[in-house]
Design a protein around this ligand. Structure first.
Ligand code: PHE
Length: 461
């Protein structure tokens, strides 16, 4: 089958497609719960600092590699240096690990969208509805989450198979701005109407250094860094793939700034929407803040319940999140499919079918990991947590490290700088060279080592 490499039309097409991939559950579901668990303001501060230095550097490197080689990660790394070909494989495995559990969460979002649509919003706001739902307690069964998971991943596969993501991207061009407005509205509403919200906002915005130990700080940096990779779709070949579709006359530096601004901005607002509200619902007790992965599903229905017309606002909200998640899952699947197509000279449909089959096999344990398979843990984590950990805290740092070494010491930073300068001056070139040479590799290794030691129980955060 003939593979023709498509390219984005114009500047905004590239930025929006990359932002569509970047903005997803990572921003709206994962960021707020991490910020919540890791002390609010401090996490936020570290995240933003990492984003403008480290995130910027890695993203620009990946996009430039992609555009320079015109290849997806597997081919790109091999072309740049034979000894780094393994990075291409790693970068392909990561989305394959993420997509299945991402789809499980995407399924939860669908469940909530439909729940609000059919008027179950009150029920969903009561007590521990969400955790009962995923752990199949009471009236819930373990089959339903599997159904939603299948629906989500199936939908992703159909879209990728038909190659109609362009259409979806058009929809998300409209959806994204609406999502941003809605998040701002919900955040403002809950802050204005809730007693004690000011304290919550303070918790979220102001770093609190009291009682900060070096391990706690390290742990916060580790979490922020993992989140950065995840949220910006870095260290897994996605930006390389996107870069390969990018035209030579589009500015890499400007686009990177725009994607970064968009991604971090939405995460920030999502945190503002959720963290103060959680703070208030828990009476400001930090001990109770640790709701983990269920935060968005647990708290927001309660916030909506207090709003007039909350059912409809909730409905619109979950539908938007669904779209944001879908554009991300499409980009995950698209990357893997593209690699399989290139590598095995396979048709698009066959490649899709293979990816779908693997996703089902890997996603099922994640869908069951909080209910009937909750006894099974790996390194103390349930399946979903385990896949999240392996991809975000282990494989992504390895990929990012190898990418830095390749760019900084084998190809030299000038290889990226030249590519960026095809469109005028690279303003932050000094920072780029410095970070990619000295800061990033050291940081990434520190993170990798500490998260692995933590998982093995050698050190405790
Ligand atoms: N960046 C996406 C998000 O924030 C998740 C994602 C990761 C998408 C990797 C594609 C690739 O939700």
């Amino acid at each position: 089958m003939q593979n023709t490499r498509s390219s984005f039309t114009g500047k905004i097409g590239f930025v929006l497609a990359a932002a569509g991939s970047a903005v997803g559950l990572g921003n709206i579901w994962r960021f707020p719960y991490l910020a919540n668990n890791y002390g609010g303001g401090l996490f936020l501060l570290i995240y933003v600092l990492l984003s403008v230095t480290f995130g910027f550097t890695l993203m620009i490197a990946e996009i430039a590699i992609g555009r320079k080689t015109g290849l997806s990660p597997l081919g790109a790394f091999k072309k740049l240096n034979k000894r780094f070909a393994f990075v291409g494989y790693l970068a392909t495995i990561i989305p394959m690990l993420i997509l299945p559990y991402y789809s499980v969460i995407g399924g939860w979002v669908m469940k909530y969208s439909v729940g609000f649509a059919i008027g179950h919003d009150k029920q969903m706001a009561i007590g521990d509805y969400f955790s009962d739902y995923i752990s199949a307690k009471g009236a819930h069964n373990f089959i339903e989450p599997i159904g939603w998971f299948l629906l989500f991943v199936g939908l992703t596969a159909v879209i990728v198979m038909l190659g109609v993501q362009k259409g979806i991207e058009k929809v998300s061009k409209v959806m994204m701005p609406v999502l941003v407005l809605l998040i701002i509205f919900i955040a403002a509403y809950s802050i204005v109407t809730m007693d004690g919200a000011a304290q919550g906002v303070k918790y979220y915005l102001l770093p609190n250094f009291k009682g900060l130990t070096p391990t706690k700080l390290l742990m916060t940096i580790v979490a922020a860094m993992g989140q950065l990779f995840y949220s910006m779709s870095l260290a897994m070949g996605i930006m390389i793939t996107f870069g390969s579709y990018m035209k030579k006359d589009v500015s890499i530096e400007k686009s990177t700034h725009q994607i970064e601004f968009f991604d971090t901005g939405i995460a920030f607002l999502a945190g503002l929407m959720i963290v103060p509200a959680v703070f208030v619902f828990n009476g400001g007790d930090p001990e109770k803040m640790n709701k983990g992965a269920g935060l968005m599903f647990d708290t927001l229905p309660k916030v909506f319940d207090t709003m007039p017309g909350g059912r409809w606002i909730g409905l619109i909200f979950f539908v938007m999140v669904f779209f944001a998640a879908l554009t991300s899952s499409i980009s995950l699947m698209e990357t893997i499919v593209a690699v399989i197509q290139d590598k095995f000279k396979m048709g698009r449909k066959t490649a899709c079918a293979i990816v779908l089959a693997i996703s089902l096999a890997l996603g099922l344990p994640s869908a069951l990991g909080s209910s009937i398979w909750s006894q099974i843990t790996i390194l103390g984590k349930d399946f979903l947590g385990f896949f999240d950990f392996v991809s975000n805290s282990v494989l992504m740092p390895i990929t990012a490290f190898a990418t830095c070494i390749l760019v900084a010491f084998v190809l030299k930073p000038k290889s990226v700088i030249e590519e960026v300068q095809l469109n005028g001056k690279f303003k932050q070139k000094g920072m780029f060279s410095f970070v990619i040479r000295y800061v990033a590799p050291v940081f990434i290794i520190a993170i990798l080592v500490s998260s692995v030691l933590e998982a093995l129980g050698v050190i405790e955060f």
